[in-house]
Design a protein around this ligand. Structure first.
Ligand SMILES: Cc1cc2nc3c(=O)[nH]c(=O)nc-3n(C[C@H](O)[C@H](O)[C@H](O)COP(=O)(O)OP(=O)(O)OC[C@H]3O[C@@H](n4cnc5c(N)ncnc54)[C@H](O)[C@@H]3O)c2cc1C
Length: 397
């Protein structure tokens, strides 16, 4: 009887997109699920930039979880445009945003709120940073917490959805993260339409990029007239902390302008409009084809399983789809009283194969960033993607 998913206790570590979508799937199937999240509450920090969901990725997953109606309320289909400039400020490529592109944007915070609204509040235990898990004699697992305590109950299945620095991954895989050679310095521009109309026009309804002199600026329009900017450098992983006075942010703007000397004033305007909050992000990834030998009662989804560079724009799509597929497998085995552990093993195998293409594309995209012909490659990709983006909107109900 214990082999039936309807009778097992499931813990999800991490209330990111992957963990919350899985919780929604399990809750919908009336399975017992508890989410452990290290952040103190749902709104403790802004969840980061805008994400575009793909038809065969995030959109398929949301449809599977019965959340398309809710998603349409928060999606920004009009913000799918793309612009590429050179360092002199000349526009090389311009695809205006269109409501009919197949990859609607959504703010990460709005996505998280939508997913939280789709499960009972009590399913998430906030402020519970998990440091690992220990196997018990009866085959179940007990979660270990960062403060030295243990979670009070034991779980039959623990799903690590705890992102890039997963604390559960070492129980399944010995692979360390690999530094991509790229570091982003992220900053924001607030109230752009009213306060910086020239920057609003430069970025347009979507994303803009400019490459030159071995650096790049990528800016994305988010909701609430906010623009998020990433300055991209190919440097050692600890470079940003040495180059920029991150503890004295009032100095960073001038340091960034030094890095982008020789760029047109119209491009430097992005840096001048900064709101003064800077976050360095060295970009890491797991090896393409990362996998592990199945271990009963423990699995990983999303970035914890297959962290990839963000340059492919695939990470959240893969995380949502992992969750939908695992959630569906557990729901189906519960309904048919089948072996849940075999279903988890099959989901892992499916995930390992499915993400190879996205991980490999993301690794290539990271390798091409800031290469000697980065601008030409970016132009080529934009033209290829333009054809895809003009596909009709997905038919998910
Ligand atoms: C700068 C940047 C830009 C990106 N842009 C895009 C994009 O445009 N498109 C795209 O598809 N992807 C993008 N990504 C990737 C995308 O953010 C991830 O792939 C996606 O968020 C993965 O979802 P997840 O649920 O697996 O993990 P996460 O979103 O990382 O969520 C993990 C959750 O687990 C919690 N957690 C972590 N450790 C613990 C612990 N020990 N105990 C308890 N809780 C814990 C975290 O607080 C978090 O809530 C980007 C990433 C970066 C860094």
């Amino acid at each position: 009887m214990k082999n039936q998913a309807s009778r097992i206790a499931i813990a999800i570590v991490g209330a990111g997109p992957g963990g919350l979508l899985l919780a929604r799937m399990l809750h919908r199937a009336s399975l017992s699920v508890t989410v452990f999240e290290r952040e103190a509450d749902a709104r403790v920090r802004p969840q980061g930039g805008t994400l575009d969901l793909h038809e065969d990725g995030g959109l398929r997953a949301l449809a599977e979880a019965g959340l398309m109606k809710e998603f349409k309320r928060i999606a920004r289909p009009e913000d799918q445009g793309n612009k590429l400039y050179n360092r002199h400020g000349d526009l090389l490529f311009d695809e205006p945003g269109s409501e009919h592109g197949g990859r609607p944007e959504v703010d990460r915070s709005a996505l998280r709120e939508m997913l939280l609204d789709a499960i009972p509040v009590a399913k998430v235990r906030w402020g519970q940073a998990v440091s690992g898990a220990e196997p018990l004699d009866d085959g179940r697992w007990r979660l270990l917490l960062d403060d030295g305590r243990r979670a009070s109950e034991a779980f039959d299945l623990v799903v690590g959805a705890d992102g890039a620095g997963s604390r559960l991954r070492p129980l399944l895989s010995t692979y360390p993260l690999q530094y991509s050679g790229l570091t982003l310095l992220e900053f924001g521009i607030d109230d752009v339409d009213a306060r910086h109309p020239e920057v609003a026009a430069l970025v347009g309804r979507g994303k803009m990029m400019v490459h030159g002199d071995g650096r790049a600026l990528i800016a994305q329009r988010n909701g609430n007239a906010h623009i998020r900017v990433y300055a991209v450098f190919r440097v050692p992983a600890d470079w940003a902390g040495r180059r920029f006075d991150l503890y004295r942010p009032e100095r960073v703007q001038a340091q960034l302008l030094e890095e982008f000397t020789g760029f047109a004033p119209s491009i430097q305007a992005l840096i001048r409009a900064s709101n003064g909050f800077y976050v360095p992000r060295p970009i890491h990834a797991l090896p393409v084809g990362h996998r592990w030998a199945h271990r009963k009662g423990l699995t990983l989804i999303g970035d914890a399983a297959h962290l990839m560079s963000p340059f492919g724009g695939e990470g959240v799509n893969a995380a949502l789809l992992d969750a939908a597929i695992l959630g569906r497998a557990l729901a189906d085995t519960a309904a048919a009283a089948l072996d849940w552990d075999a279903a988890v093993a099959r989901s892992e195998e499916e995930m390992f194969e499915r993400v190879i293409e996205a991980a490999s594309g993301s690794a290539d995209a990271a390798a091409e960033q800031l290469s000697h012909d980065g601008e030409a490659l970016a132009l080529e990709h934009l033209m290829q993607h333009q054809a895809q983006r003009l596909q009709p909107a997905p038919a998910h109900a």
